[in-house]
Ligand binder design. Structure first.
Ligand code: C2E
Ligand code: MG
Ligand code: MG
Length: 403
């Protein structure tokens, strides 16, 4: 019978913030108080240690069952969640805990710690103030995400990205008014990847900023190649942008310079943001949005109807275009009430100065309903799928082999 040991890896949320805003003295007091509280939660023969920074480790000895471990972890989380009084300052923190149970296949202590650390990381990403037990799939996940991150860096260096374009049409089908540029990654082994497979990592690491500056340059080349095309010399291109551009002044400046330098006719560029761009630093993001608008580009709110979809976006944000999310559009199939929402949104648009674009139109019936409700523009598989646009710079008149 293997000895029953468990390792708890404890990380305190907001320690860095406390240190940075209230100074190291308060930070120290905080750590001392944390240590005292942890000590109350463990038993006589358990080992409590500080690894450094705000990381603590507990080695639980003589564990009878997983329940024992869970009891102690819960106790720690509850104790840390109680407010701290540090020389009159009332502060709050929380603990994220990763747990590994010691099995015989461990070779040395580092491996146990490493796994508890991985579980802690998972606990944090699930929303803090909780514990997570390590399991094997976690290591695989961690490895996969490290690989993805590295491969993304290579992808940027070697320019493995490309844009596919989906038409946006007038819903009476008389004409194509523009295109939405959608990012694709030509992965050397996995083939063509769509954003759902890599965008989260690009966002998390900030690599999205660099990628999207490339997108702008690429779109500039596309617009340029249309300048003598009788069919598309008025078409616009919409690009999706991460909210990260808006909240960091230096990034916004970079984006603005890029647009100024490369986009000859800014009125033909549409910048799409979705509401997640305004979740944090709302004022700052709104200010950034206004600066972009001053360049002469058009602004669109993407995925309206998927999230909270506050009315605020319709009247106090400078969007000229509201894109109805495809989940909402799909619901029209068997929900007449949602059609009246679209009718109302269309009418509000006439007062507030925006126009509607429906996404994800997959059949004729939906198209007709949207059109009847006043939605002017749309895109979707029924109209066409996103495709790569061939561009032959040397012969300007045979360069549109889109589907
Ligand atoms: P989005 O901006 O809402 O783009 C529309 C998505 O719906 C595209 O998915 C498109 O292929 C898909 N779609 C179009 N018509 C239909 C339809 O009839 N039915 C269904 N079910 N889907 C349809 P895609 O290309 O996979 O892109 C997914 C999301 O990734 C985009 O949603 C956008 O939010 C994001 N994205 C794409 N390119 C970029 C980029 O360069 N930067 C950023 N930040 N996000 C991007
Ligand atoms: Mg979009
Ligand atoms: Mg959308």
């Amino acid at each position: 019978n293997a000895s029953h040991l468990a390792v708890l890896f404890i990380d305190l949320d907001r320690f860095k913030l406390i240190n940075d805003t209230l100074g190291h003295h308060t930070g120290d007091l905080f750590l001392i108080e944390i240590a005292a509280r942890l000590k109350e939660c463990v038993r006589e023969n358990d080992v409590l240690a500080r690894l450094g920074g705000d990381e603590f480790v507990v080695l639980l000895d003589a564990i009878q069952s997983q329940d024992d471990v869970e009891d102690i972890a819960t106790r720690i989380i509850e104790r840390i969640a109680q407010p701290f009084d540090l020389e009159g300052q009332i502060l709050h923190s929380s603990a994220s805990i990763g747990i590994s149970l010691c099995h015989s296949h461990y070779q040395d202590a580092n491996e146990i710690l490493r796994d508890a650390d991985a579980a802690m990381y998972q606990a944090k990403s699930l929303g803090r103030g909780r514990y997570v037990f390590f399991d094997e799939s976690m290591r695989e996940q961690l490895l996969a995400s490290m690989t993805l991150e590295q491969e993304l860096r290579v992808a940027i260096d070697r320019q493995q990205f490309e844009l596919h374009y989906q038409k946006i049409s007038n819903l009476d089908l008389s004409q194509v008014i523009g295109f939405e540029a959608l990012l694709r990654w030509q992965h050397p082994e996995k083939g063509l990847l769509t954003p759902s497979e890599f965008l989260f990592m690009a966002e998390e690491t900030g690599m999205i900023l660099e990628i999207e500056n490339w997108v702008i340059e690429e779109v500039a080349r596309q617009l340029l190649s249309w300048q003598y095309s009788p069919e598309f010399d008025n078409a616009f291109i919409a690009v999706n942008l991460s909210g990260r551009h808006l909240t960091q002044v230096s990034q916004l400046t970079k984006l603005i310079d890029n647009i100024r330098k490369n986009i000859a006719l800014p009125q033909r560029l549409i910048l799409e943001f979705n509401e997640s761009a305004f979740e944090q630093h709302t004022e700052q993001a709104l200010k950034g949005l206004r600066k972009l608008k001053a360049l002469g580009v058009k602004l669109a709110l993407d995925d309206y109807g998927a999230g909270l979809s506050s009315l605020n976006f319709l009247y106090s944000y400078p969007f000229e275009i509201i894109k109805l999310d495809r989940s909402f559009v799909r619901s029209l199939k068997n929900n007449e009430k949602n059609l009246s929402v679209i009718r109302a949104l269309h009418e509000l648009g006439q007062d507030f100065g925006y126009r509607l674009v429906a996404e994800g139109i997959e059949n004729e019936a939906t198209l007709q309903k949207l059109h009847a409700a006043g939605c002017e523009f749309g895109q979707g598989y029924y109209l066409n799928r996103p495709v790569k646009m061939e561009r032959d710079e040397s012969s300007e008149d045979e360069n549109q082999h889109y589907a």
